[in-house]
Structure formats: C-alpha cells, structure tokens
Design a protein around this ligand. Structure first.
Ligand code: GDP
Ligand code: IMO
Ligand code: MG
Length: 423
C-alpha cells in the first residue's frame, strides 16, 4: 500500500483536523510527521469541539492506530495534559497511540529560548507560538537534542543537565530571567515519568509494516506550505518541513510510497503571526471575515489576519507538494459577501505583473491583482450535497479548479463532521 498525505497549502489552520476526522474511517493508521505543540487541530462532532496539539486526529476512532513520527518535536508536559483531558472519552492510549523513540523532546529551556529570541527581535519578531519549536529543531540539527528514546536510558538526567547548561549560557547572554525554571522542571520531570508509560516505538518500522501488510495510512501534516522552513516566507516560518517530502523524512517512508496528496485550503486566507500576506484585508471585510470564520488561533487564541484567496500562492504550494486532490474549507464564511475577490497575480512596484513566489517577492511590495466574482450571499446551513450549492458557489469552485489544475474533491460548509460535501 501507499501512504496518503494530507497537508495545509496556506499559512496553517486550513481545517486539517476536521478533514483527518472526516477521512479517518477510510484509514487504519493516522500519523503526524512534523511540527509539535505549535499545531492546534480542531475536530467537531456530537456537539463537542476538541483541539489536538500533538496527538494525531484519528484518536477518537477506536480502530485507528495513531503514530507520532520521528520528525515531530514533543513537549511531555503538553502531551500529558492532552491525554488527561481525553480520559473522559474512554480512549485506549495503550492500544491506539504510538510514539517514535526518535522524535525530539522539547525541554523547558527551549521555551525560554524561544521567548528570549523573539524578544530580541523586537518588531521583527516571527510571532512564534512560543512552544519552543525553533530552538528544539535547532538542537536537533545541531546534534545535541534529547530524543524520546533517551528518557528510557539511565543517563537521561545527565544528558538533560548538559543541554540545560548550554541553554543557560545562551539565556544569560540575553539576560533572561530564569526564575520560573525550577517550577517548569518539576512539571517536566513529572511528565517524563508519565511519558515512559506510553508505547515508545521505532515508528518507521510500524509505518512500513502497516503498509506492507496492506493497511491504509494517512500522514497528517501540521502548519502549512507557506510556513515551510525552505519554501515559506522565510524567516517568518516554522522550523520544520511542512510539505509532502516532510512525510518521508518525518516517518521514514520512501518517496515512491507516497500515494494521494490531499491539499487543504480555505476559501479565503488567514495567517497568525508576522510576515508577508499580500491579500490581507485591513478593512471592514477583513473584520467581518474574522468574525464570521471565528478566526482566532486554536493554540494561542490570537486573532488571525484575514484576506482574500491567493491563487499564485496556492499554485506554488500545489507544485512543491504534488497535490492530487484539493479540499476547500470554510466556504460558509464567504456567505456574507455580495462580491468575492480572487487574487490572480501580484503587481510589483515597477508595474509588472507576476504570479510566481520568487525569492525577491518576499521582500518586494507586491500588490494583489484581483478578479471580482459574484458571491452567493446566502446561508449554506441546509446544504448537504453539491447539487444544492448556489450557482455562484459552483462557479467559484469550478473557476478555482480550472486555475489550479487539480480537482476540488471536498467542500466544507461548517465545522461539524457532517458539514462536509464530497464531489
Ligand atoms: P487546522 O490547524 O488546519 O486543523 O485548523 P484549526 O483547527 O486550527 O482551524 C480551523 C477552524 O475552522 C476550526 O475552528 C474548525 O472547527 C473550523 N472549521 C473547519 N472547517 C470549517 C468550515 O467548513 N466552516 C467553518 N465555519 N468552520 C470550519
Ligand atoms: P496548525 O497545524 C497557524 C505560525 C506561528 C508563527 C510561525 C512560527 O494548527 O495549522 P512557531 O511556534 O512554529 O515557531 O511559529 O508559524 N504557526 C502556525 N500558524 N497554524 C499552525 O499550526 C501554526 N504553527 C505555527 O503563528 O507565525
Ligand atoms: Mg490550527
């Protein structure tokens, strides 16, 4: 069998959690391959809203195995809290959750370093979630990080102390106050004790064994392609490979094993944190979008920046990921607009028009060039199949499909599992 990959094509929060939940009955395994607690994936069903940060979004399905791959960075304290919060749902973590021993551990000083680095950047800050993601991946690449398997070894405390001393030296350079460290460490070691009781595995064997035995595996991306460390709007990005290739390195599957690549996008755009966002709206439309879409971060609660859909950016994400199917989310949020704008190109200061996300574009003052189309301006609350779509929505979907060159196989019209229309 091949592994299907599901990922965000914009700046994260496209609705990946909801789609994994909807697709989960067709899979035996759901696996996270990168990112960490910076992610916030929302699932809504039976009138309850769940936000998952580190646990894969297949956890609510009894017959699905959930794997956290080697490419993920994990905060034991957050993981313990997440698992405890799910106790009332009778989930068997022994049976359904497996964590790679090669995943990297976020330690308390990683979070302090994240805060120190952000503070030192002043108004050029990334807008990090401050979960320690950047400093942890930095240590991973620097070959000094702690991995999940290390917590099982006798010398874990020693290894931990070596890393902390290194971090303390850096923190003293930034004159960072360490007053909270003792309390953070207490919670950390308590969580590490709990962590040891979970299924810690060599997840590359788990995943490949599943594929060999004919099981269906879905890789669940976090963040989005425009936050990718290589292809995102650097330096305003996260520190992992958020693209389809990241599923190979983050799970240990060969590129030839990738099957479908599901690209998730909103019918408009949002971004939380700093960095370029050509179609961002600063007017009443942007405010209305934020309100209608309840665009506040699932992890940090920060208001998300909102704007019209950006086709050059989507085409770029589709290209670098090899997307085979598109899923359009939050179509219902555009119900409130009589007219909808679609960015087809960018205009540069010299008057030229481009539709490529070049290296230069990042620093140039690119103005969006819009095509305006009629909105459907009606509720989609009762819509349950594609034939019931208002004509303007059908036209919007068809136009995007034609421009993007990939079929839009799913349109989401509300946060609940049931508000999902397959085409
Ligand atoms: P993720 O990080 O990609 O999983 O996305 P988030 O969960 O951070 O943000 C998506 C938000 O939109 C969540 O609050 C979802 O419940 C919500 N959502 C998902 N699909 C739809 C939809 O079609 N319509 C509306 N109105 N909300 C949606
Ligand atoms: P999901 O998986 C949206 C953003 C942060 C910041 C930048 C770097 O829910 O889509 P980091 O904490 O990684 O150092 O932050 O990336 N960011 C996200 N934005 N959704 C996410 O995850 C994000 N994870 C990180 O806001 O701009
Ligand atoms: Mg999110």
């Amino acid at each position: 069998m091949k592994i299907d990959v599901l990922l965000g094509l914009q700046w994260g929060d496209e609705g990946k959690g909801k789609v994994v939940d909807v697709l989960a009955p067709h899979y035996d395994v759901v696996a996270r391959f990168q990112g960490g607690p910076n992610a916030g994936h929302t699932l809504e069903f039976d009138g309850i809203k769940h936000v998952l940060h580190q646990i894969p979004s297949g956890i609510f399905r009894e017959n699905i195995q959930n794997i956290v791959g080697n490419g993920v960075v994990l905060d034991p304290v957050i993981l313990k809290k997440e698992i405890e919060a799910l106790h009332k749902f009778n989930i068997s973590f022994k049976k359904n959750l497996f964590i790679s021993k090669k995943a990297t551990i976020i330690i308390p000083t990683h979070k302090l370093l994240d805060a120190a680095y952000e503070k030192s950047k002043g108004d050029k800050k990334i807008g990090s979630t401050l979960k320690g993601i950047g400093p942890t991946y930095q240590d991973k690449i620097g070959r000094v990080a702690l991995r999940v398997g290390d917590i099982l070894a006798d010398d874990f405390q020693e290894k931990y102390q070596t890393l902390v001393e290194k971090h303390k030296t850096i923190l003293s350079f930034y004159e960072f106050d360490l007053a909270q460290l003792q309390e953070l460490e207490r919670a950390f070691f308590e969580a590490v004790d709990f962590f040891r009781t979970l299924n810690l595995v060599d997840s590359e064997y788990e995943v490949n064994d599943h594929l060999t035995s004919g099981k269906k595996v879905l890789a669940e991306g976090a963040q989005g392609s425009l936050l990718d460390i290589d292809f995102g709007s650097y330096p305003f990005v996260t520190s992992s490979s958020t693209m389809a290739a990241g599923a190979c390195t983050g799970l240990g599957v060969a590129p030839s094993k990738i099957g479908e690549v599901f690209g998730i996008f909103k019918a408009y755009c949002t971004r939380v944190g700093s960095g370029p966002f050509p179609t961002e709206l600063f007017d009443v439309d942007g405010e209305a979008m934020r309100k209608e879409g309840n665009e506040f971060g699932s992890t940090t609660g920060r208001p998300r920046r909102c704007g019209w859909i950006d086709l050059p950016a989507l085409k770029y994400s589709i290209m670098i990921n090899g997307v085979t199917q598109l899923f359009m989310m939050k179509a219902d949020v555009l119900n409130i607009f009589e007219e909808i704008k679609i960015c087809t190109h960018y205009e540069l200061p010299d008057g030229s028009r481009v539709d490529r996300l070049t290296y230069e574009l990042n620093s140039e003052d690119a103005k969006p060039v819009y095509k305006t189309v009629p909105g459907w301006f009606t509720s989609l609350a009762e819509v349950r199949e594609y034939d019931q779509f208002p004509q303007e929505l059908k036209d919007y979907v068809k136009y995007l499909e034609q421009e993007l060159g990939v079929p839009i196989k799913m349109v989401s019209v509300g946060p609940d599992r049931t508000q999902t229309i397959l085409r």
